[in-house]
Design a protein around this ligand. Structure first.
Ligand code: PBG
Length: 329
């Protein structure tokens, strides 16, 4: 007869007791803060689809990075909005590209902040796809060559970690080989290993001006479903992660986070590689919209959300809430 010998409430009776038996503790060290860098000068413009986030130009992003570092957040993740787009995404590896310039500015202003860069063509192609289009399809292997070029140019500009988010097969191998061949042995790869074709990227695509163009009529080009994962799959996520680790990924990512906590949990049980989870733009806006409507209490909801992601097994949490949460904990 467990009751009354066992009363679970004994361990919940006071804040100190709850602290003593708490299993998961959020730390500022867990966070990565995404930043958007846009071609231009003297720019700090609020992003409509992501209230609280801004477009920075390379010359203003250093000050923001300094603030992020002063909060104790260990890393930022950079997304670039180039001055021009073309079919091949050529501004992605330009020496004077927005991200390349931003990395240098951040590295000039801060010494202890890690710079992670998104490696993907969707913000750089005029059609908005993450890869090259050939005969009405995304050309996997030709895209991998370009992603390797892009990652290398980020490493040359001073990136600490490159983060391929395109979901082409083999891109981690291409990137690892390019980095090794050019002496960037210590530049890490954080691969978006299990990235789903999700409806929760909406606000981001607005912010990054990276949605697939509306004038593409081929079925394979209407959305990202021929490269991003089917939300119904879980075994396949394990296969994706295993492949990325075998190809040289140092950190693997599950994205989005909240609708995929089961995937984070499975990955954590199965792999020893650090796991990052991306609390994506749609998750950010769901919470914010409900809080703005007075339907839930913003601050505890943020910490509960991020704690849940960590409890599921994430070692690293990429979140637009990073600055706010850092101030709360
Ligand atoms: C680009 C990319 C996307 C996100 C991160 N990198 C969008 C997409 O794949 O369409 C989404 C991030 C977010 O929603 O916060 N490949």
């Amino acid at each position: 007869m467990p009751f009354p010998q066992i009363r679970m409430r004994r361990l919940r009776k006071s804040p100190a007791m709850r602290r003593l038996v708490r299993e998961t503790t959020l730390r500022v060290d867990d966070f990565v803060y995404p930043l958007f860098v846009k071609a231009g000068e003297n720019l700090k413009a609020p992003i409509k689809s992501l209230p609280g986030c801004f477009h920075f130009s390379p010359d203003t992003i250093g000050a923001e990075a300094t603030e992020v570092a002063s909060l104790g957040i260990p890393a930022v993740l950079l997304f670039g909005l180039p001055k021009a787009k073309d079919a091949g995404g050529s501004r992605a590896w330009a020496e004077d590209g927005v991200v390349q310039l931003a990395i240098k500015q951040i590295k000039d202003k801060t010494s202890d902040l890690l710079v992670i860069t998104d490696v993907c063509l969707c913000e750089y192609t005029d059609h908005g796809h993450c890869g090259l289009i050939k005969d009405g399809k995304i050309d996997n292997d030709a895209t991998c060559e370009l992603l390797a070029k892009m990652a290398l140019s980020h490493a040359q500009a001073g990136a600490d970690i490159v983060a391929p988010s395109d979901m082409m097969d083999g891109r981690v191998k291409f990137i690892r080989e390019a980095l090794e061949a050019n002496g960037f042995h210590d530049v890490a790869i954080m691969s978006y290993a299990a990235k789903y074709a999700s409806a929760f990227y909406g606000p981001f695509r607005d912010a990054a001006e990276s949605a697939p163009a509306a004038n593409l009529h081929e079925t394979a080009l209407k959305n990202r479903k021929t490269y991003q994962m089917d939300p119904a799959n879980s075994d396949q996520a394990m296969a994706e992660i295993a492949l990325d680790i075998a190809e040289g990924a140092d950190i693997i990512m599950v994205k989005p986070a909240l609708p995929y906590l089961d995937i984070i949990c499975r990955a954590n049980e199965r792999f020893d590689t650090p796991i990052a989870a991306y609390n994506v733009s749609g998750e950010y806006m769901m919470l914010n919209s409900a809080a703005d409507a007075g339907l839930l209490d913003r601050e505890p909801a943020i910490l509960e959300t991020l704690t849940a992601i960590k409890r599921a097994g994430a070692d690293i949490i990429i979140t637009y809430f990073a600055k706010q949460a850092a101030k709360q904990i």
